[in-house]
Design a protein around this ligand. Structure first.
Ligand code: HEC
Length: 184
């Protein structure tokens, strides 16, 4: 067998790079023309794709969460303020103890998760970051665009006690937090 010359090796490399680029371009064209990717919210993501974007979101939040998220005293006023925010802005998508999310929220992809174990998985600063900054390419809004830092801190305080609430306690707190339907 003849020993490969530098020139033959260089051509081999070049050919390898050119075919990899061609495969990349073909995949890009198939995705951009909608052949290889269905954006319909009824077509579930593959497990690998879903796991990859979830890992990206988790790592992005952990990297960006600052240690300095505001914290309010954990008293009745804070919890009622958080409950009121939750009632008006979150419950339709995320439900609560004994309360299902709205049927239209279940039709979203990704489906908004129930938030009954979030303090076990996210630190205070990470929860604050998720609620304040939202999650791109999902339906999770950046509440920091419309709510004050204190309101977001109250929401996070509420999220942190939510898993400890019974269905009856959650129901009671909702009654107290609900704004009256008609002004007196
Ligand atoms: C229109 C629907 C919608 C509304 C309203 C909404 N969210 Fe979300 N939220 C989502 C979706 C969808 C996700 C999942 C994002 C993902 O998969 O990365 C999410 C994720 C989250 C997470 C991370 C959950 C986890 O298990 O990791 C938290 C915490 C959260 N939302 C809190 C809130 C709070 C608090 C409010 C109200 C102030 C709120 N959300 C309002 C759709 C919504």
């Amino acid at each position: 067998m003849t020993k490969p010359t530098i020139k033959m090796l260089a051509w081999g490399w070049l050919l390898g790079i050119a075919s990899a680029a061609l495969v990349g371009i073909v995949i890009l064209v198939l995705v951009l023309t909608g052949v290889a990717f269905n954006t319909s919210a009824t077509s579930a993501d593959s497990q690998i794709f879903a796991a990859a974007i979830h890992a990206t979101m988790t790592n992005s939040v952990k990297r960006r969460a600052s240690g300095g998220a505001p914290r309010l005293p954990l008293d009745t006023a804070t919890l009622l303020a958080g409950a009121r925010e939750y009632e008006t802005h979150c419950i339709a998508c995320h439900g609560g103890p004994g309360v299902a999310r709205a049927p239209w929220a279940s039709a979203m992809l990704p489906t908004p998760p129930y938030l009954l174990d979030t303090p076990n998985r996210w630190s205070h600063a990470e929860l604050y970051t998720i609620v304040h900054d939202g999650v791109k390419m999902t339906a999770m809004p950046a509440w920091g665009e419309v709510e004050s830092d204190r309101q977001i801190a109250a929401i996070v305080a509420f999220l942190e006690v939510l898993p400890k609430m019974t269905t009856a306690q959650f129901d009671r707190v909702r009654q107290r937090a609900r704004p009256p339907l008609l002004a007196r």
